[in-house]
Design a binder for this molecule. Structure first.
Ligand code: SF4
Length: 54
């Protein structure tokens, strides 16, 4: 319940920080092109295909 309450509170917060440190999660995220906290481009590493420009 606390997590749900926090999520609801964050809806009104203009500065919600990333809640994880997982580059692969960002690499698959639909918001990565507009997200200023994405880890996809800097930390995905070799072997990870970045095809969001396709
Ligand atoms: S790209 Fe941004 S919104 Fe998407 S998972 Fe990463 S930090 Fe979250």
């Amino acid at each position: 319940m606390a997590a749900l309450a926090q999520m609801r509170a964050d809806l009104l917060n203009p500065d919600v920080r990333r809640s994880h440190n997982q580059p692969f999660r960002c690499a698959r995220c639909g918001y990565r092109e507009i997200c200023d906290q994405s880890l996809a481009q800097v930390s995905a590493g070799p072997g990870v295909q970045d095809n969001w420009d396709m």
